[in-house]
Design a protein. Structure first.
Lengths: 249, 693
């Protein structure tokens, strides 16, 4: 079986987000780019499955839509342990565009399991996984919190209201993956980074796809009010503040 | 003539067996990797005279240290007599060295007295092992074999001394009763000679021969037993000291193979290029098994006599964790004994399905080390345990990526946002909110320069408690009109936690990046408030091409006070009773003990010392990247043990000079519920209080 992990390139979580061009574009100046945390965990799980020879997983591929500047993120994924990579050389404008490009790039590769993080930590659109399954006309399972291979079959569990649902799914399918799929992201060891330099990265040119959305403007959330401290001596004031200032009681 | 023949045969057998031992050990040494180059012979001779011959480190335990030193010095003197016996035995001469006259008499008399002293001390040692419970002689690594080994060696030494005394006394009785031409001087032998009264000259002669042969044969036996016992240190401790690593304890050996790779990674031209065919593949990063250790690691392991001084001072061991530095050395020696012959016979590819890591030394042991260097500081023969522990961590991190999860998080943070914690680089100057702090880039843009770069460090920039210390020190600098600037947003982790945790790659990436920044701003002098930053700049960065002077704020404050620039009144904080906790990376790593004390005493006259202080100080538990992970399993947290040391002094202020120590001691005070009556201040804060800045 072959696994594909779709990788998104996102700003590091400590980034102070700023916008340019009339608040329509992210200011990428000085941003450290990392693998989207959900995708990183998907990749970790895929590699764990491959490490276990009883699963019959033969390869783990990563696929990404992005320009050459996202190469470090792909190399990182290879350093963590992916066997090879596919990069669609286009700017990821929206989820539809990304899903269309990824589907086109992998449609003839016969992947059995396609893992997509449930969302990316930049735009949090949560739609790429579902769209890929439509493009490829295969099943998709959403909110997957565990994945294992038992007797050649994919066993999946999903968080559902008040409990857990356990499914077996015939391949091929897309799994839209939540955190929890792996405990901690695997990190790239020195040896892995060296080996990544000689792993194959297939670069394909994008097909013509019109995005379905366009950005009007980004807006920053209001800054959180400062924390108010109440002296223990006048603890009684708390009730007054909650009632009259915060108006919560 | 027959005596000569027998003697020659005995000597040849001894040398034969000994040569086989040496041959076998040499073949094991050949399996090891190169270590540091052995240069500075003059310095090495001085070190050997001081540490090996002068026994300075053994005197860290004064009483038992003196006992050992007497035995050692006695051995040296008696050795001359033994050489004489060998010459006599081979040539048939009698006391061939007597031509040295007075000198000879002094040597022989000293040997005679030492034989008695050593006999008594060996009895003390045996009694101590048999009847007293000495903590450091126990531990998981101390099996029955180790105890038997010790007792056999002590017994043989005792017999050696008794045979020597027997020989000397018989000689006295024989020569004294004869023509009176006694050769040599035997104060003790003469006393004992009385017991032979009435024995004939020939009986005395026979007795003397029996003692002579017993003594020399015991020496031959002992010499061939030693290499197989823990008492190999009798031969190896002096050379082991001579071949010590001369660097400060805080320095780790740079991995040049990693430097090559990191430079390729940092260069956009080569970063993603497939490796060219002519690159030599690197066999292994770090130490997984005995073929990865250096010859010095192996020599350390062979020289170790399991005295347990290292384990006794190990903060991890004291608080019930798995780590015992002595066990690391014993495991290396044992592993070589098992794996060495297979490697010699079958080459590098030989495998027995086991490895030094995991089958001998567990990951839990390796991750328990705080790299405080107490073990290395204590070892009487300069064994370097922490470097080997870090080498094994290097294997785990760089080959397997299998560091504890919290450390992986810290690595990711350093890589992504330049600090072990998840804070934005943009927030690096929040500590200075409301005050004017000169920033390097601004100064440079104006065409100005600052004398010092004030390196704030990640804790100084992001840790809420330590931000106050940063502010305090910056106020002192401003008060003194020191020309300084900070890097602000351009500052990024030095790589210290990564390096001590075995992530040499991440460390070198950080270091090379920082060195570039320093070069760009033409930085010549750096002041640090964090001892970890200080140490890595001072000791580790030069290997990567750094060229600047680094000074700890503690040294700087001390210098300003001594120069009279910083005027302080010792009675200023007289209501305080202050004790000082030595950070490992100022103290043991860099021998800065007196400066902080003199700074404190210049503002607070009531100063008290903890029992474990200066080079004996106990680590706070945070070094070696422990700050960023949970402590390994044990029965106590190290910071609690250390806080108890401080509370015992009854001081109401525990002064520190390290952000990590501050976190740990503050936690300790919370744990002990003593936050109200005992305060934890940094030295800079004490000065600010005294100056009312």
């Amino acid at each position: 079986m072959k696994i594909l992990v779709c990788i998104s390139n996102v700003p590091d979580t400590t980034t102070k987000v700023k916008f340019v061009e009339n608040n329509t574009k992210l200011d990428t100046n000085g941003i450290q780019w990392v693998i989207n945390p959900w995708d990183e965990l998907s990749l970790t799980r895929a590699l764990e499955l491959k490490d276990d020879s009883s699963t019959g997983i033969t390869s783990v591929t990563v696929a990404h839509v992005g320009e050459a500047s996202s190469e470090p993120t792909i190399r990182k994924a290879l350093a963590i342990g992916a066997d090879n990579a596919i990069r669609v050389n286009g700017e990821p404008v929206d989820a539809y565009y990304v899903a269309a490009q990824l589907s086109e790039a992998v449609k003839n590769e016969n992947f059995d399991i396609i893992l997509c993080g449930i969302e990316s930590s930049d735009h949090n659109g949560s739609t790429v996984g579902g769209m890929i399954s439509e493009f490829l006309d295969i099943a998709s399972v959403s909110a997957v919190s565990s994945l294992s291979i038992e007797n050649g079959e994919a066993v999946i569990s999903r968080e559902i209201d008040g409990g857990k649902e356990i499914l077996t799914v015939p391949v091929p399918f897309v799994a839209v993956v939540q955190k929890g799929i792996a405990k901690e992201p695997r990190i790239a060891a020195m040896r892995g980074i060296m080996m990544a330099r000689s792993k194959p990265v297939k670069v394909v040119e994008p097909i013509a796809v019109d995005p379905l959305t366009s950005v009007e403007a980004f807006e920053m959330p209001e800054t959180r009010a400062a924390c108010k401290f109440i002296d223990p001596a006048t603890a009684g004031d708390l009730i007054d503040i909650l009632q009259n200032e915060a108006k919560v009681i | 003539m027959t005596k000569q023949i027998y003697f020659t045969i005995a000597l040849l057998v001894t040398l034969g067996v000994f040569s086989y031992t040496i041959y076998r050990l040499t073949s094991f040494f050949r399996l090891t990797k190169p270590a540091f180059p052995v240069r500075d012979i003059g310095k090495r001779i001085r070190l050997t005279l001081e540490v090996a011959i002068g026994q300075t480190k053994i005197f860290r335990k004064p009483v038992i240290g003196l006992f050992h030193a007497l035995v050692f010095w006695g051995f040296l003197v008696i050795l001359i007599g033994s050489i004489e016996m060998i010459i006599d035995g081979l040539t048939g001469s009698e006391r061939v060295l007597k031509f040295m006259g007075v000198v000879y008499n002094i040597i022989i008399a000293s040997g005679d007295i030492f034989a008695l002293i050593i006999s008594i001390l060996i009895l003390v040692f045996i009694a101590r092992r048999l009847f007293f419970h000495i903590n450091r002689f126990e531990g998981i690594e101390m099996k029955r074999r180790s105890h038997v080994d010790a007792n056999i060696a002590l017994t043989i030494i005792l017999l050696l001394m008794l045979s020597l005394l027997g020989m000397n006394s018989a000689h006295c009785a024989m020569e004294g009763s004869g023509e009176g031409n006694l050769v040599g001087l035997f104060p003790v032998g003469n006393m004992i000679a009385g017991i032979y009264t009435g024995l004939s000259h020939s009986t005395l002669h026979l007795l003397h021969e029996i003692f002579w042969w017993s003594h020399i044969l015991l020496i031959f036996l002992f010499a061939n037993m030693l290499p197989y016992s823990k008492h190999f240190h009798v031969f190896l401790s002096v050379p082991n000291v001579f071949l010590s690593r001369l660097d400060p304890l805080g320095k780790l050996v740079n991995m040049d193979s990693v430097t090559r790779e990191v430079k390729l990674m940092l260069d956009p031209e080569t970063a993603f290029a497939a490796p060219s065919g002519d690159e030599v593949p690197i066999e292994r990063f770090g130490v997984k098994d005995v073929e990865d250790i250096s010859w010095k690691n192996y020599m350390d392991a062979l020289s170790c006599t399991q005295c347990g001084r290292c384990t006794e001072v190990c903060p991890a061991n004291i608080t019930g964790k798995m780590l015992s530095p002595r066990k690391i050395m014993m495991d290396v020696r044992e592993r070589m004994k098992i794996r060495g012959p297979g490697l010699v016979k079958n080459g590098k590819e030989f495998t027995d399905g086991k490895s030094l890591i995991r089958d001998y030394i567990t990951e839990e042991e390796l991750w328990a080390c705080t790299t405080c260097n107490a073990c290395a500081r204590e070892c009487p023969i300069n064994i370097d345990h922490p470097s080997l522990i870090v080498d094994m961590r290097r294997y785990l991190v760089m080959e397997e990526g299998s560091a504890p999860a919290e450390l992986n998080t810290a690595f990711n943070n350093i890589e992504n946002n330049g600090a072990p914690w998840q804070y934005s680089t943009e927030d690096r100057l929040l500590w200075a909110e409301g005050v004017e702090i000169p920033v390097m880039a601004d100064l440079f843009a104006r065409g100005e320069k600052a004398e010092y770069l004030f390196w704030v460090g990640c804790a100084g920039a992001f840790d809420d408690r330590y931000k106050k210390v940063t502010g305090a020190f910056a106020r002192i600098l401003t008060h003194l009109d020191v020309s300084f600037a900070v890097l602000g947003k351009e500052e990024t982790c030095t790589g210290d936690p990564a390096r001590r945790a075995g992530n040499e790659m991440l460390y070198q990436m950080q270091a090379l990046q920082n060195i570039e920044t320093f070069k760009a701003y033409e930085v010549r002098k750096i002041i640090t408030i964090c001892p970890h930053c200080f140490n890595i700049f001072k000791n580790d960065y030069p290997d990567l091409g750094a060229d600047f002077e680094v000074v700890s704020y503690v040294e700087l404050l001390d210098r300003f006070i001594k120069e009279g620039k910083l005027k302080l009144d010792a009675s200023r904080l007289k209501e305080l009773t202050v004790t000082y906790h030595d950070p490992c990376y100022l103290g043991r790593a860099n021998d800065i003990y007196e400066e902080p004390r003199s700074v404190i005493k210049s503002v607070a006259s009531n100063y008290v010392e903890m029992d474990r202080n200066r080079s004996f100080a106990l680590c706070c538990g945070a070094g070696g990247a422990q700050m960023f992970k949970e402590a390994e399993k044990g029965d106590k947290e190290i910071f609690i043990e250390r806080t108890e040391d401080a509370l015992k002094t009854k001081a109401n202020v525990i002064a520190t000079s390290c952000p990590f120590c501050m976190t740990m001691i503050t936690d300790g005070l919370k744990y002990k519920n003593r936050e109200d009556d005992v305060k934890n201040y940094d030295i800079a804060e004490l000065i600010v209080q005294a100056l009312e800045l």
